[in-house]
Design a protein around this ligand. Sequence first.
Ligand SMILES: N[C@@H](CCC(=O)N[C@@H](CS)C(=O)NCC(=O)O)C(=O)O
Length: 408
Amino acid sequence: MSQGTLYVTKQARGIAAEAIAKHFKLDVSIEGKDAKAYQTAFPLNKIPAFIGPKGFKLSESIAVAIYLVNLGDSSSKLLGKNAQEYAQVLKWMSLANSEVITNGASAFKPLNGDAPYNKRAVDDALKALETVVAIFEERLLNFTFLVGERLTLADVYAASLFVRCFDFLFGKEWRAAHPNVTRWFKTLIAHPILHAIIGEYKFRDTPVEFVPPKKEKKAAPKKEAAPKKEAAPKAAEEAEPAPAPKPKHPLEALGKPKQALDEWKRVYSNEETRETAIPWFWKNMYDPSEWSLWKVDYKYNDELTMTFMSNNLVGGFFNRLSASVKYMFGCMVVFGENNNNGITGFFLVRGQEHEPAFDVAPDWESYSFKKLEDTPETREFVDNMLAWDKPVVYNGENREIADGKVLK
Ligand SMILES: N[C@@H](CCC(=O)N[C@@H](CS)C(=O)NCC(=O)O)C(=O)O
């Protein structure tokens, strides 16, 4: 006789239940949310859910997973080998269910466009996620699995809820900073129980980034918009209007500078910074009649959490500046430590205004811009931003540089 029907979708909380049903080769059918029986039995409309024989109904992912393990093997070690271990299995499952996937989803859903974006809320969620992940990281420093040296349902279930966090949030740098959780997660997704459901897993390099909706396009200037009345349109043009000519970058109008920026970028990449590159910059590159220098600070340092996340923020900003990269060069650093850090840096910008260079990045207004005159203090600041070998002075305090990026 059929052992029942399990209702799951692609949602993370259903992964463990489906994996257990498959692992124990249960006679359980798998159905989705559109099944009539599901819709009448579970008004909360959540995944996973289970209907067994004689009208037995069960919701809540922890309960469903435990029930399915018991259906497969009522003395399975997956539930621990004694009462204490069983309690710990429940503890880790509960922690993952109430803290990991919840905070994870509060961060990745707004970032990937599945929920409205609010920077503060995302940062808070990432911070809360980090706090709970630190508990896993510490536990897994000395233990192979969550409850001890043997795999339990806690590992299968918790790892299945970490999947979405790795899918969207945990890039290379995160993984390097969390070696124990990463090692454990890799073990789990390679284990036949989860591998059967998840398949080959591809890790992402950098966390998903919020892409702000495009600003509304300004109406095209009249002279470009007005078509010549007398010109008969060709058939192809009628079907598909010719694309608008690519707008020129406003800084193109300034013409070629005396010193090509690319040469400086090569010198900076290839030569010793203090010995060669910095003197070259002041001698050959910086001409105040053609270029301006800017000190750029992130406005919301008090909202920053992990230094690697601050550095990712800078990376995202630089990616969004790519349309202006021909007209500027810059270095930004993250100074301080986790939960107490800041972002500062300098830019060399073609012309005397910063806005034409920066407003290609939708988040440029999250930064403050101060034009720098050519003074010994400016030179010292710029040199330090180029060399990263001395602490940053911030609010009168020396703060070590934790990381940084170069816009080239
Ligand atoms: N506490 C419940 C939460 C279940 C839950 O929120 N499931 C999500 C999927 S991970 C869901 O079905 N959300 C509603 C939806 O997707 O429509 C459990 O552990 O089963």
